[in-house]
Design a protein around this ligand. Structure first.
Ligand code: SAH
Ligand code: SF4
Ligand code: F3S
Length: 473
């Protein structure tokens, strides 16, 4: 397994992050590929599948796109800004291609799926366009493009889960890893492009998931995050064991691999997270006390227009239930400001539900109309850009306060922390996370701890983003 460490640049959020390999795989490959990923964690995980598929065809990874034979961008369509970022990046590749005409440029992921062959007309330098369900055909498409033809495969599938492919871990700290458990989405949130770019929801074979997690644990990893757009609707008929595997059962199977393996998951849709899941979390200490529960809006009227299928009261009851079954559970959210017809009162409802839920953290966005979505077809994007922006500013300000308040309540308490590596600021300090997903930084003190160790840390100070502590001896 090639060891690749990667750079990260940060934009507004997890959805705006990009990564590219910074190290070159030292093995002796005939050809080299360079891959950059944008968008959500699922796209990042897909790049690890793509790396594995290309590796088998004799392609080695490189961190320097100037020496690549194949440059790939794994793209995101979630907001307009995400697509603009990709277009800008493509213009930068133009210059290199002029110098090196044999280099192939491929666009993968959600934007490839949304624009299909239109991409080839709009962006002349693109040679290959591949949608999220067609990565197995990438080697054939590369060959086709090598003969000077443009190559496209954007077919969506009802059953592709890449279950049998062992991802090549990119950007790995050797401690935490992401494992895809399902693909696609059957919800039709009216603002969202994902059901169109990722297709129908399907769950991956449960035993292949457990096997991948088991192998990660054996390779020294100590935390897995199970990934899906809507993990609570995971459903797999396990014929070999004559069992129906729900998400709660899957969580339990993964948790039973070892008490030393932490289990996280993302994302939960508030309509689907069940008591069974909450009780399973409470039962296993190694299932992290943290739930990402995107609210989107606090107004029942707006939630209805968004087609989220829950009300404000229903969401609040869910938060109560989480706090009742899992005391001390961390909760985070996604919030959209300025959806179609949103009034000042609706906006107040959003601020109010954030306060009620006491989120530890949120990803916050202004509404961006996406072509083809229900909202684009049915409603008018009528909230002025200035209003959207000022509402977002208020939302961010409130979240900053809530995050600080949440961190302050941790001061004086002792937490079990999984060490992920050196702190960003100093190699004298460790950085790790609590079960609640809070980042804790603390001095190493010349004790012989290493990445992947669990340690007890007393939190003695904090900022809005980080807790500071001391090792318990
Ligand atoms: N499946 C996840 C979210 C996936 S997209 C869920 O249902 O929660 C991640 C986040 O991007 C969404 O939760 C939403 O807050 C935001 N988002 C999606 N479409 C958007 C749009 N058109 N404009 C602004 N934000 C959007
Ligand atoms: Fe988009 Fe809704 Fe599916 Fe999340 S649940 S991916 S927001 S359609
Ligand atoms: Fe973006 Fe596709 Fe993920 S649109 S957020 S990369 S599923």
């Amino acid at each position: 397994m090639p060891d690749l460490s990667l750079n990260k640049t940060h934009d507004e959020s997890r959805q705006g992050e990009a990564f590219a390999p910074s190290a070159t795989d030292s093995s002796n490959h005939r050809r080299r590929f360079y891959i950059e990923s944008y968008g959500c964690q699922m796209n990042f995980s897909d790049s690890e599948i793509v790396a594995s598929i290309l590796n088998k065809e004799g392609f080695g990874a490189t961190g320097n796109y100037e020496e690549a034979d194949l440059v790939l961008l794994n793209t995101c369509s979630i907001r307009e800004k995400a697509e603009q970022t990709i277009r800008k990046r493509l213009t930068e590749f133009k210059k290199i291609k002029e110098k090196k005409p044999g280099m192939l440029v491929g666009v993968l992921g959600c934007m490839a799926e949304r624009l299909k062959s239109k991409f080839l007309e709009e962006e002349q330098l693109v040679d290959i366009v591949v949608g999220p369900d067609a990565y197995r055909s990438l080697p054939a498409l590369v060959e086709e493009a090598g003969t000077g033809q443009k190559a496209v495969n954007v077919l969506l599938s009802r059953d592709e889960t890449y279950a049998d492919i062992s991802p090549i871990r990119l950007d790995s700290n050797g401690v935490t890893a992401f494992v895809s458990i399902m693909r696609g989405c059957n919800n039709m949130c009216s603002f969202c492009v994902v059901p169109f770019t990722r297709g129908r929801e399907r769950s991956r074979d449960a035993s292949s998931i457990v096997k991948e997690c088991y192998e990660l644990f054996n390779n020294g990893f100590r935390e897995v995050t199970l990934l899906g757009q809507n993990v609570d609707s995971y459903y797999f008929i396990d014929e070999a064991n004559d069992d129906i595997v729900t998400f709660a059962k899957l969580l339990e199977r993964v948790a039973l691999i070892s008490p030393l393996l932490r289990v996280r998951f993302s994302t939960s849709h508030p309509k689907d997270i069940t008591d069974e899941v909450l009780h399973t979390m409470a039962k296993h200490e190694n299932i992290c006390r943290y739930i990402h529960l995107p609210v989107q809006s606090g107004s029942t009227r707006i939630l209805q227009l968004m087609n989220r299928t829950y009300t404000r009261e229903w969401y609040k009851a869910k938060v109560d239930r989480i706090r009742e079954i899992i005391p001390g559970c961390g909760i985070s959210s996604d919030v959209i400001a300025g959806f179609c017809t949103e009034t000042e009162d609706d906006h107040r409802d959003t601020l109010n539900i954030m306060q009620y839920s006491r989120y530890d953290m949120s990803y916050m966005f202004v509404y961006s109309e996406r072509p083809g979505t229900l909202a684009q077809r049915r409603y008018i994007d009528d909230v002025p850009a200035e209003t959207k922006k000022s509402r977002l500013t208020e939302i961010v300000k409130l979240q900053n306060r809530l995050s600080l308040e949440s961190n302050r309540t941790d001061v004086g308490k002792i937490f079990k922390v999984l060490i992920e590596g050196d702190s960003k600021r100093s190699s004298q300090d460790w950085m790790g996370r609590t079960s609640q997903n809070k980042v804790v930084v603390f001095p190493k003190k010349n004790l012989n701890h290493k990445k992947g160790d669990y340690v007890m840390v007393e939190v003695n100070d904090c900022t809005q983003a980080t807790s500071l502590g001391e090792l318990e001896e």
